[in-house]
Ligand binder design. Structure first.
Ligand SMILES: O=C(CO)COP(=O)(O)O
Length: 254
């Protein structure tokens, strides 16, 4: 059951050209485990993608933070999956909770985006996760299952999909899910995939955790059986992102 550890850095809507170059320089100089131990993907804002791709070390990859739901055309302000493919951008993050909440992206819309991006040849980091209110009312798994189902209904090949479980209450709040809370949802999600998609997809699909991951909490989180890596926000802009990448070593020999 080979699920290579995956660490994504979601830079969100941050950075100047100078700051972005500085972050890339730090990454380029870092000593990290090899690609067969950890896959590293950083996601700058659209405007910086070509620059980051051109200066980033070749063993790290780039992701866009979003793309349009279908073929490009008269959709002012959008960027299409075809354009990302054209620029050799291999990955895209879809369904981030900030887009779901602030831009009203529904489960179905996110599912359509995931299917369209995969069909164009992109690899997808698909985000799911519950709000605090939903967790407190006991509906975490219903919410996460409904978000995942909207993807499963539209996607048949899961080999280019990474699921990011990002509880909304843990994003940017400093309030990280406990290792047990993360493991519980990851385990349930894997069981959901086994039941509703296939045993093979459940065993091979990486489920990564996001929400206030930092250099201090990454090892314990990464040590959980069903946590296959991270999607990191704030800490991915800082040198401690290197420590988070190195947390992949907890899986060695596991
Ligand atoms: O949203 C996130 C990654 O996509 C997590 O953000 P923080 O790591 O800043 O909590």
């Amino acid at each position: 059951m080979a699920r290579n550890f995956f660490v994504g850095g979601n830079w969100k809507c941050n950075g100047t050209a100078e700051e972005v170059k500085k972050i890339v320089n730090t990454l380029n100089e870092a000593q990290v485990p090899s690609q067969d131990v950890v896959e590293v993907v950083v996601s700058p804002p659209y405007v910086f993608l070509p620059m980051v791709k051109s200066i980033l070390r070749p063993d790290f990859y780039v992701a866009a933070q979003n793309c349009w739901v279908k073929k490009g055309g008269a959709f002012t302000g959008e960027v299409s999956a075809e354009m990302l493919v054209n620029l050799d951008i291999p990955w895209v993050i879809l369904g981030h909770s900030e887009r779901r909440a602030l831009l009203n992206e529904t489960n179905e819309f996110v599912g359509d985006k995931v299917a369209y991006a995969l069909a164009q040849g992109l690899k997808v980091i698909a985000c799911v996760g519950e709000t605090l209110e939903q967790r407190e009312s006991g509906s975490t798994m219903d919410v996460v299952a409904a978000q995942t189902k909207a993807i499963a209904d539209r996607v048949s090949n899961w080999s280019d999909v990474v699921i990011a479980y990002e509880p909304v209450w843990a994003i940017g709040t400093g309030k990280v899910a406990s290792p047990a809370q993360a493991q519980e949802v990851h385990d349930e999600l894997r069981k959901w995939l086994a039941k509703n998609v296939s045993a093979d997809v459940a065993a091979t699909t990486r489920i990564i955790y996001g929400g206030s991951v930092n250099g201090g909490n990454c090892k314990e989180l990464g040590g959980q059986a069903d946590v296959d890596g991270f999607l990191v926000g704030g800490a991915s802009l800082k040198p401690e992102f290197i420590d988070i990448i190195k947390a992949a070593e907890v899986k060695k020999g596991a």
